[in-house]
Write a protein that binds this ligand. Structure first.
Ligand SMILES: [Zn+2]
Length: 390
């Protein structure tokens, strides 16, 4: 791979003919039309949070270097940004009046309002740019390596870079498009940032689990497909199933494994009203520690209580129940385990120590019994275990 270090270009050179697509949130071109700022394998512009973009401008105003930029020379002789897109887009947007900074006198300043010498300071800032030329594989390997600086690419952004092509482009238009009206609905169920490919990552995860493929293999085999029909249809099926089955929208639904739940339960018919009643009832149950799993619990016919992490009795409650029972048993001359007391063997009169006993719900939790002192009895280990997980 060939590399050249450029020191002759300034911020002004790069900003010549700078264009920015507000809708897609991406810088397009610079260097008088010779530079593509956001090639398809680059992520969206994510510096526009009023902190990182401002920090780039402040660095320039203080005369600090903003770090190495990497450009790639393509076969047709054009340049594209390999690394530095975020920084370039930040100064490009500032110079073209897209955002403001707050100066040392606490005044909001757009570029056009800055004193001429400060404007010149920014425009004349020298840049260090590595230009490289190599085959696609080399460039992409290198891109992977240099991206350990700055905000690292997440897994999906890396996959998009490695398998860039028609499929990724089409998928991004649906799943990484903040203008897509569906995103809001998806956000009820999927956690993440549309610009950082989190929805695309989830869509791929679901279809790949269904096809029993890994995501790399799937993206690789579809790389040059122009249709993303399969991906979109399956994703819509999952989302539609969730939103039809659960008519409520709760915050704890976000980020659940809906793809897995869909696979497991979508062939079972449910009564929407019944599901809704049960979810609501369980949500107001104080004994349940893990509210997020209520949906899966209800889908599974309320069998797997482990999912809910039912609250256990407090130590103080256990102690109180123990002393109450033991005192009573000593008076009667029977075992302090009420079940041992009913049996005809050596344990009939045995007084267990506190640590030899476990707390039990007199009326089972699943039958509406509360996790309170009134519903707590201590049983010997053997009886508690044999009573089982009711
Ligand atoms: Zn017992």
């Amino acid at each position: 791979m060939k590399t050249i270090l450029h020191t002759e270009w300034t911020v002004a050179d790069i900003c010549k003919g700078f264009t920015y697509n507000e809708l897609e949130g991406k810088g397009l071109f610079g260097l008088d039309g010779r530079l593509t700022i956001q090639p398809e394998y680059q992520r969206h512009y994510i510096y526009n949070d009023g902190k990182r973009d401002v920090a780039v401008i402040e660095s320039l105003l203080k005369g600090y270097p903003i770090g190495l930029l990497y450009f790639n020379r393509t076969i047709d002789g054009r340049l594209e940004v390999l690394d530095g897109q975020q920084r370039i887009t930040s100064f490009g947007r500032f110079v073209t009046g897209k955002f403001s900074i707050v100066d040392s006198n606490n005044c909001v300043q757009f570029f056009s309002g800055l004193p001429t010498e400060l404007q010149q300071l920014i425009l004349n800032s020298p840049l260090l740019i590595f230009e490289c030329e190599g085959d696609e594989k080399e460039i992409k390997e290198w891109f992977k390596t240099i991206n350990i600086v700055g905000i690292p690419l997440n897994d999906q952004e890396l996959l998009n870079a490695i398998y860039s092509g028609e499929f990724v482009n089409a998928a991004k238009r649906v799943f990484s498009n903040s203008q897509n009206a569906e995103v809001q609905k998806w956000s009820h169920y999927i956690r993440g940032d549309v610009k950082r490919q989190d929805f695309l990552a989830e869509a791929l995860k679901w279809i790949c689990a269904n096809k029993k493929k890994n995501i790399d293999a799937y993206m690789s085999s579809h790389r040059h497909d122009t249709s993303i029909n399969e991906l979109v249809c399956y994703f819509d099926d999952v989302i539609n199933w969730v939103s039809t089955t659960f008519t409520m929208v709760n915050r704890d639904m976000c980020g659940l494994e809906w793809g897995r739940l869909y696979e497991q339960y979508h062939n079972i018919p449910y009564s929407i009203d019944y599901i809704s009643d049960r979810v609501q009832a369980l949500q107001s149950d104080d004994s349940i520690k893990c509210h997020r799993n209520i949906y899966e619990y209800v889908l599974g016919g309320e069998k797997d209580k482990m999912l809910l992490e039912i609250r256990i009795f407090e130590e103080s409650t256990k102690k109180a129940a123990y002393y109450r029972q033991t005192e009573d048993a000593m008076k009667k001359g029977t075992s302090n385990c009420p079940l041992c007391a009913m049996e005809d063997n050596a344990n009939k009169t045995r007084i267990y120590k506190l640590e030899e006993m476990d707390a039990d719900h007199v009326t089972a939790w699943s039958k509406g019994g509360a996790t309170s002192i009134d519903n707590c009895q201590m049983l010997c280990r053997t009886h508690n275990r044999s009573k089982g997980n009711r």
